[in-house]
Design a protein around this ligand. Structure first.
Ligand code: OAD
Length: 252
């Protein structure tokens, strides 16, 4: 499929010293990972966030919540990065000051080779104690019930952000700093409704960056950024990198 991009975008991408990117579940959709809000297939169309992704839910039913995250971890481990993930990793090769801020917890950006990744909502493969918050190494993930913290005996929980919780402070600081110094901000595959992540493209724009949305279809950010490109990120992102920097001479 041939995609034509506005020349202003290509010129700004080639000239950019610093790029910030915000990704959401849509970037992993073509890897077979369900999004949250897409009708029919989105996780929150089938499950209630209040029962699965909140501290109160974990207190009320730790086994259910543990199993839900074990299921999502298994899905992520069975998935592979798609061409959109790889294109973002390649972009970092062309523009070293690229910060990939992701709301995704599936680890697929790292697996595609992106290095400077800020995980705003945590990662499914990390764990911490639900009592003292300290990280805990879990090598064998019990599928049935959460193990106990070897230090204090508290229940171990996934190191992800739940509804009603603050973002990890360091990750947020990194995301904000990258947003403030970039000249180009790409917002990809996110519905743009979960704050504070959804504030980032608007902060970048207020600070003078050129802001671009890439999404399958118009959503909450429609009309608010400098440019909106609609189509699958697994097609648009590789095409964008080729349009700006040419074909790669080698893979890997
Ligand atoms: P959503 O499910 O809210 O939005 C996914 C977006 O991806 C939608 O706007 C889709 O149109 C778009 N999309 C789907 N397939 C795509 C494709 N192939 N190419 C491009 N875009 C595509 O997911 P997020 O915005 O990531 O938080 O959700 C944000 C947060 O809400 C998540 O991190 C999670 C959830 O509750 C927590 O769990 C804390």
């Amino acid at each position: 499929m041939t995609v034509t991009f506005p020349s202003e975008l290509i010129e700004r991408l080639r000239a950019a010293q610093s790029v910030a990117i915000l990704t959401g579940a849509g970037v992993s959709a073509e890897s077979g990972m369900p999004t949250f809000r897409d009708a029919q297939t989105g996780l929150w169309a089938r499950y209630d966030p209040a029962e699965l992704a909140s501290p109160a839910a974990f207190r009320a039913n730790p086994v259910l919540v543990w199993q839900w995250y074990a299921y999502r971890r298994a899905l992520a481990e069975a998935a592979a990065p798609n061409p959109g993930h790889y294109a973002l990793a390649e972009l970092e090769q062309h523009i070293p000051d690229t910060t990939l801020i992701t709301q995704n917890v599936d680890g697929l950006h790292h697996r595609a080779g992106s290095r400077n990744v800020v995980e705003l909502h945590g990662n499914l493969t990390r764990y911490r104690c639900s009592d003292d918050g300290a990280p805990v190494e879990v090598t064998i993930v019990a599928k049935d019930a959460p193990p106990r913290c070897p230090r204090c005996g508290g229940l171990i929980r996934p190191d992800v952000v739940w509804f009603g919780e603050l973002l990890p402070q360091h990750a947020w600081n990194m995301a904000l700093a990258a947003t403030r110094r970039c000249s180009l901000f790409l917002c990809i595959g996110t519905s743009g409704v979960v704050r504070p992540a959804a504030d980032l493209p608007l902060i970048a724009q207020a600070d003078g960056a050129y802001t671009v949305e890439i999404n399958l279809a118009p959503g909450a950010l429609a009309g608010q950024l400098n440019l909106h490109l609609y189509g699958p990120s697994g097609t648009l992102l590789p095409a964008l990198v080729v349009a700006a920097f040419g074909e790669r001479s080698s893979i890997g």
